[in-house]
Ligand binder design. Sequence first.
Ligand code: AMP
Ligand code: ZN
Length: 112
Amino acid sequence: MKDCVFCRIVARETPADIEYEDDAVLAFKDIYPKAPIHLLIVPKRHIASIIVMEREDAEAIGRCFLAARSLGEAKGLAERGYRLRVNCGPEGGQVVYHVHVHFLAGGRERGA
Ligand code: AMP
Ligand code: ZN
């Protein structure tokens, strides 16, 4: 998707601080972090929102949660834990319409 900021990050057309990548998923730092650790985990393929997800999107979205597990283990957070959040649609606080899982850790979330 040409006009999608997260697709541009996946295509390396927009810079991002990338923390994890596999064949289906990319994770990078949120530019306006709301917690000491605040990453965004996105499927590489454009899916606009959980609100319009289809059955065929389940694998790619599930892989985002597996990436969260890997990131949690890599960052030594598997025991302490972390928060995953998916904002869905306008009243759900979704601003960027490319599915993303917020990975928040390392203290209380600001503004939550
Ligand atoms: P949401 O409100 O769930 O759609 O969250 C969108 C998130 O994307 C916000 O937390 C923004 O700070 C973040 N964001 C927007 N543009 C970028 C970017 N270019 N690189 C990293 N994070 C971004
Ligand atoms: Zn996109």
